[in-house]
Design a protein around this ligand. Structure first.
Ligand SMILES: Cc1cc2nc3c(=O)[nH]c(=O)nc-3n(C[C@H](O)[C@H](O)[C@H](O)COP(=O)(O)OP(=O)(O)OC[C@H]3O[C@@H](n4cnc5c(N)ncnc54)[C@H](O)[C@@H]3O)c2cc1C
Length: 462
């Protein structure tokens, strides 16, 4: 763009991680070529909007705290873009001392779950803890069996590549892959599914339908890597990314259409119902695929094939379901002076799903994907999220959308990213698990296409 050319007007729809990162990168263009305006249907920015302020009263007299919902952990190895951005922005993050307890849902509602396995993550307590009621011999056999299965799966992650459409003409699901590598069904049911279903926050069946490649890639890249969370909450990330941002809150975008060489956005003001429209040079959709399908006609049918589900996170003080596992666990934790309090994560499964109860040091509980009722009187707050899932079909669709147009190729039926200056970003807009790193990867893709240098990638040859 020449010195006298007018600045390009860019609209970003959605203010989750993907929308805010894309807007931040384009606004930091060294040549100042882009005027960025952000649209958000909520009356506040979305990245931190579901987090909860635990008052001193809620936290049983302890200090008031900000609880991130969702918790949004990340790991070295898988989240290179996110980590680089946090380092660049000076966002403090740390490695929490998680302790996992795995248990089965008791047969009756009055019984409590008792854990069959307890493990301290981030390598802060080795060997695993022995649950109450398990003999030393039984525990040793279980730990050895588990170690063999675990390292077998990890070895497969490195040496047995999943089949993909690209390599074999057909996509291998996780279900097919664990059968092929003969991962024992006892291990799959009691260890593999509870842990991975709580990462993906979905049912066991939905997880088994994921492309095997997603989990294998995640398993390989996070092997022996620490997991982190942002200290003080993602409110700090939101604040940094949105400094001096031009933002229209309370505006629900209802349609995105190409008009000549421009892109028109139509929206409704959620406070007074007033409808408006405006033309932009580029529009970035930073929303979930169900929303993309409803506001952008060219992707209506493609987006219907990308599975989504609804997930709840509940902040509460109903300790009735975890008292036994909690006591058994805390009894064995050796806290040295100066050690930060561990964060127990109680994963309790039935035949189809796993709920995760995070025992926060503030003494509140956060249940994600609840499958047993929580005493309504003890609920402090509930947040509901749209969770984007993966399937073999959706992987093909997403990969096609983000593939390059080849020269000489006939115009394909399917819309591709950037066609008509409309762009897609989000946790689901890459070939991998639907996590925060997808937001960074897809925002970087738009930056590259618009010839803008990503500030935290300067000097990088990745
Ligand atoms: C329970 C749960 C736990 C998770 N845990 C982790 C984790 O530990 N680590 C990790 O890396 N990832 C985790 N994730 C995934 C991660 O949070 C998401 O991938 C990521 O937040 C997606 O961000 P996004 O910007 O793509 O979309 P979103 O955060 O969904 O943002 C979309 C925005 O668009 C707005 N919007 C929607 N429609 C319109 C409209 N018509 N007009 C204007 N605005 C609109 C919405 O209000 C929202 O603000 C978790 C997800 C869930 C649900």
């Amino acid at each position: 763009m020449g010195a006298n050319e007018p600045r390009k007007r860019v609209a970003v729809i959605g203010t989750g991680m993907a929308g805010l990162v894309t807007a931040y990168i384009l606004r930091s263009d060294a040549q100042g070529r882009y005027d960025v305006e952000v649209f958000e249907k909520q009356d506040k920015l979305s990245l931190d909007s579901a987090s909860y302020n635990l008052s001193a009263q809620d936290s049983a007299g302890k200090q008031a705290e900000r609880l991130d919902l969702p918790m949004r952990t990340f790991a070295a190895g898988y989240y290179e873009g996110l980590k680089r951005m946090y380092d660049y922005l000076g966002i403090p993050y740390g490695s929490l001392r998680f302790i996992y307890s795995l248990s089965n849902m008791p047969a009756t509602a009055t019984q409590q779950a008792s854990p069959y396995y307890m493990h301290a993550s981030n390598n802060h307590q080795i060997p695993p803890l022995r649950p109450d009621g398990l003999s030393w011999a039984g525990w040793l056999i279980e730990v050895c069996y588990l170690a063999i299965c675990y390292y077998w799966f990890k070895a497969c992650c490195f040496f047995v590549p999943p089949k993909t459409v690209e390599s074999c003409g057909a996509e291998e699901t996780l279900r097919q892959y664990v059968e092929r590598i003969m991962l024992p069904s006892y291990y799959v049911k009691h260890y593999f599914l509870p842990v991975f279903a709580s990462v993906a926050t979905c049912s066991h069946d939905a997880l088994m339908d994921f492309p095997a490649l997603d989990l294998v890639d995640y398993g390989r890249r996070t092997f022996r890597k620490n997991h982190y969370t942002v200290l003080g909450g993602v409110q700090h990330v939101e604040k940094k990314l949105s400094e001096n941002l031009t933002c229209r809150l309370g505006t629900e975008v209802t349609a995105v259409e190409n008009i000549g060489t421009k892109v028109q956005i139509s929206w409704t003001d959620t406070r007074d119902g007033k409808r408006s429209e405006r033309l932009f040079d580029h529009v970035v959709l930073a929303v979930t695929p169900d929303v993309v399908g409803s506001i952008f006609q060219p992707l209506r049918s493609a987006m219907a094939a990308v599975p989504t589900t609804t997930v709840e996170s509940v902040v509460h003080r109903d300790f009735s379901k975890i008292l036994d596992s909690s006591r058994s666990l805390w009894k064995q934790v050796n806290l040295k002076p100066g050690d930060s309090a561990p964060h127990p994560l109680h994963m309790c499964s039935n035949a189809t799903a796993t709920e995760t109860i995070h025992e926060h040091p503030s003494s509140a509980l956060i249940t994600t994907y609840p499958i047993t009722p929580i005493d309504a009187e003890k609920v402090l707050y509930t947040a509901t999220f749209t969770r984007v899932l993966r399937s073999s079909t959706s992987r093909q669709i997403v990969n096609q959308i983000f593939s390059q147009h080849r020269s000489g190729e006939e115009k394909s039926q399917l819309w591709r990213n950037g066609d008509g200056n409309v762009w897609l970003v989000g946790g689901w807009c890459w070939d991998g698990m639907v996590l925060l790193e997808g937001c960074l990867a897809s925002a970087t893709r738009v930056a590259n296409a618009l010839d803008v240098e990503v500030p935290w990638m300067k000097g990088s040859f990745l």
